[in-house]
Ligand binder design. Structure first.
Ligand code: GLA
Length: 433
């Protein structure tokens, strides 16, 4: 395995110091969770339909320093957001609609405006309780994400949710498998926060391994790690890597939970599935993975134009993922990249989830020197685009994109906290270190 550049010793020391001061304890007893951000080279918007996806983590993400608090109290501060979050793990977390006023129950709308960021920690407690875990130990913690990269389509929300899950589990001596944590994070997002997303994000964060592509079948929940081609494994030296990952930031930041577009598209996919399943005489859950390719081909003419486009995206994207795994396995980055760009185009034309700045970034990236392929990093409504680039051209491509984006979006580009493009490497899975 190559050398992981993130998190650095100084980042860790800094966070340990802050937590030690908050809790009045020695720095040596502070525990650390690292929870990386993820990219999804292929498999856009098909996880919620039980499709197949590919993913990888990067060498940036969330760090949560914490100590068990010796009672049920949770006290959290954040490097990005102001205020303090306080709640007790022996209070039952319920969804807004379920809450009864018996004093012991805490609703998910009970945070002050200033501390809305605390909903992920409360969501983690909700998920653990929902699956029958009774927690006694709270935590005192400080959470911090890589500067400028939050709310960017790198799945910072899943990285944060997982960080809190791992910390609460560690403080309460709970042994929980990655598969169970995938389900717990699904409960945070689908039930506690109301986003109808799939399991791509948390699977990537919990299952990835340095340098590998993670393949996940979201219907069967089976996954495998596809090792990089031999040449990559022999060369641990960073400068000799065959590829680098480019993140190109649009400057648009809006949480997916506040954007209606995501859930609307999920509903459209389900509507398409309903029509195709009825036409095929099948009475099963209306998600597109329950429709066979032959059934889709036989009945797709029954779909009205918008639904036909969503279904076309699903079936073509599944195919691209399968072809992409093969290309990755043989080290054929050109082919892998072409599939990524085709996925990007299908997101724009069939899934219709882009927004102007992200589509502009996509068009700039695919023309940049050495870029194998590019697409929206997350859902495409905000955040960044991701690209794979020949490592030797990474700097050149980055400066090309910085210049070109500034021309088309001068306001957004000049308000970014960093250059439009950040060059990254792959990362490892979420873990306690
Ligand atoms: C977001 C969601 C994921 C997935 C992607 C699009 O990141 O959280 O579940 O649907 O968008 O592929």
């Amino acid at each position: 395995m190559g050398v992981l550049s993130w998190p650095s010793d100084s980042e860790l020391d800094n966070i340990k110091k802050i937590v030690a001061e908050m809790a009045g304890v020695d720095v040596n007893i502070v525990r650390i969770v690292v929870s990386p951000y993820r990219i999804c080279p292929l498999g856009a918007h098909i996880d919620h339909q039980g499709g197949v996806v590919s993913a990888m983590t990067i060498d940036k993400g969330i760090i949560l320093g914490f100590v068990p608090s010796n009672d049920s109290q949770v006290l959290l501060r954040s490097g990005q957001f102001s205020g303090e979050v306080r709640f007790r793990v022996d209070q039952v977390q319920l969804l807004k609609n379920d809450a009864k006023s018996n004093g012991k129950i805490q609703q998910n709308d009970s945070l002050s405006e200033e501390c809305k960021w605390g909903c992920y920690a409360k969501g983690a407690l909700y998920a653990l309780q929902r699956r029958g875990n009774h927690l006694k130990q709270g935590i005192t913690g400080f959470i911090c994400g890589t500067k400028g990269l939050d709310s960017s389509g790198l799945s910072s929300s899943a990285a944060v949710g997982i960080a809190y899950l791992l910390a609460l589990e560690s403080a309460n001596n709970l042994t929980v498998s990655p598969t169970e944590n995938i389900e717990y994070d699904r409960l945070i997002e689908n039930e506690y926060l109301g986003l109808k997303n799939g399991i791509l994000d948390q699977s990537a964060i919990l299952l990835s391994s340095y340098g590998c592509l993670t393949f996940m079948d979201c219907k069967t929940k089976l996954h495998k790690l596809i090792h990089p081609p031999k040449v990559e494994m022999e060369k641990n030296d960073d400068t000799k890597k065959a590829y680098k990952i480019l993140l190109a930031f649009s400057g648009l930041k809006q949480a997916l939970t506040t954007n209606l577009g995501y859930n609307r598209r999920v509903t459209e996919c389900r509507d398409a599935a309903k029509i195709l399943l009825t036409a095929s005489g099948k009475d099963v859950e209306p998600i597109l993975c329950n429709v066979k390719l032959e059934e889709y081909e036989a009945h797709k003419s029954k779909l009205e134009p918008d639904l036909a486009k969503r279904a076309e995206h699903y079936f073509s994207e599944n195919m691209r993922v399968i072809k992409g795994l093969e290309a990755w396995g043989c080290g054929n980055f050109e082919e892998f990249g072409k599939l990524i760009s085709a996925s990007g185009l299908s997101s724009i034309q069939n899934y219709e989830c882009g927004c102007e700045p992200l589509i502009q970034l996509y068009n700039i990236l695919v023309k940049a020197p050495g870029v194998y392929g590019a697409r929206f990093s997350g859902a495409g409504f905000r955040g960044c685009c991701v690209a794979f680039v020949n490592a030797e051209y990474a700097e050149k491509a980055a400066s090309y994109v910085n210049n070109e984006y500034l021309k088309v979006q001068p306001d957004l580009a000049s308000h970014l906290n960093q250059d439009t493009v950040v060059i990254c490497d792959s990362g490892d899975c979420a873990r306690i270190i």
